[in-house]
Design a protein around this ligand. Structure first.
Ligand code: R2B
Ligand code: URA
Length: 387
């Protein structure tokens, strides 16, 4: 027993030393670059002319201004490249409160600081529909429930990335789901989203015609996020699997406890078992629109959800709130580790340029025209990265 504790401890210490080494290396590269820049004279890198997004509406350039109605933002009164040009991660989840907490958590974990008396501002407050917080290169948005809601948010966030000329932003949805044959508390990263007929496509009706968009998700990104699971530390499983996206919580998910139910418990059981036999690991309500819209724009996307029950064992969620709250943090922790890894440990020479320290020591909230750190703002490397 004592021996295994000691091994655990050594394993953790070795890991922390590796992480610290990586931070020191990243900082030393940044320092070298800074010194080189001072020596060569401070020449600002050329700003990108366009975003890396593809396949967008050609008429966007004619919209002057473009009004992102549900976010309460427009291209006339907000300088999108200045405010949002540095965004590299767009994270979204169901509720405003959860995403605000996530924003503060990301801020702490990536080593950004604002004055203790200052709060993050909800940039989308004027739209009165969604919440949006910016923490340096990370945007955190609430998306509401279901595909219609997340579709509206995604149209407007994708346009935002386009107008801001963002380079390769990664989109991640973090949420909850019902597991299919998986233990409650397990984190499921979606490989693809399927509809209630198990078709891997998001159908939208456009001018009376049915249009199907692929709902595959980025395999590499799913793997990278899964790698952030730490079996030494995390007392739960993280798996990759197919996700059923329903358009309703009750009949659409074959529950027996909705206001209406026109099938028998046997029929429900047969449907859920069919899902299990088709390798479906979870059910939620936004992945189809999320996968379809991100992949249409050439954006890498991932859906990371914690299962709050095993649907093979029931329909109602009886787990106490304190435990649910703990489980809901799991996707957040994994995704934050992934973000930190990309920002600080994978940083190539040119990427680490973006992580230079803010010499003025201004908090991300304090910059003029730049809620929570706009493009060109810089972040501090994590001070306690090994924590
Ligand atoms: C998971 O949980 C919500 C329903 O309770 C829905 O937004 C989803 O996808
Ligand atoms: N969210 C869903 O959509 N379904 C569940 O069963 C749990 C969370």
């Amino acid at each position: 027993m004592a021996k295994s504790n000691c091994n655990d401890c050594t394993c953790r210490l070795a890991k922390e030393v590796c992480q610290l080494k990586a931070v020191v290396n990243a900082q030393s590269k940044t320092l070298t670059k800074l010194v080189r820049q001072i020596r060569d004279g401070c020449r600002k890198d050329e700003e990108p002319k366009e975003s890396t997004l593809c396949g967008l509406n050609p008429c966007l350039k004619c919209l002057n201004p473009d009004i992102l109605y549900h976010l309460g933002l427009d291209t006339e009164t907000t300088d999108f490249p200045k405010v949002f040009g540095d965004v590299r991660f767009v994270c979204m989840g169901g509720t405003p409160g959860r995403m605000e907490n996530f924003a503060y958590y990301v801020m702490q974990e990536i080593g950004l600081k604002i004055n203790a008396a200052t709060q993050l501002r909800d940039i989308a407050e004027a739209g009165k529909r969604f919440s949006l917080f910016k923490v340096g290169p990370v945007l955190c948005a609430s998306h509401g429930m279901g595909c219609p809601s997340i579709s509206i948010l995604l149209h407007e966030l994708i346009k935002m990335m386009h107008h801001a000329k963002c380079q390769d932003p990664v989109f991640i949805r973090l949420g909850t789901c019902g597991g299919i044959g998986v233990d409650p508390g397990t984190v499921v990263i979606s490989s693809e989203a399927v509809d209630g007929r198990l078709n891997a496509g998001h159908e939208i009706i456009v001018q009376g015609n049915s249009i199907l968009h692929s709902s595959q998700l980025d395999e590499g990104l799913a793997e990278d996020i899964k790698m952030c699971h730490d079996p030494c530390k995390d007392k739960y499983e993280t798996i990759i699997g197919r996700t059923l996206c329903a358009h309703d919580f009750y009949e659409g998910q074959s529950r027996l406890d909705g206001a209406f139910c026109e099938y028998t418990p046997e029929m429900k059981k047969a449907y859920l078992e069919q899902l299990q036999s088709q390798d479906i690991k979870n059910i939620e309500m936004e992945s189809l629109a999320f996968a379809a819209l991100t992949s249409r724009a050439n954006i890498k996307g991932a859906v990371v959800c914690v299962a709050i029950l095993n649907r093979l064992n029931g329909d109602q969620i009886k787990t106490p709130h304190e435990i649910l709250a703990k489980w809901e943090k799991r996707p957040m922790e994994l995704v934050t580790r992934y973000i930190r890894k990309v920002l600080y440990f994978n940083a190539s020479d040119s990427e680490s340029d973006q992580l230079e320290e803010d010499e003025c020591g201004e908090g991300p909230q304090d910059k003029e025209g730049s809620p929570q750190g706009g493009a060109g703002d810089t972040q501090k490397a994590p001070e306690e990265a090994a924590e």
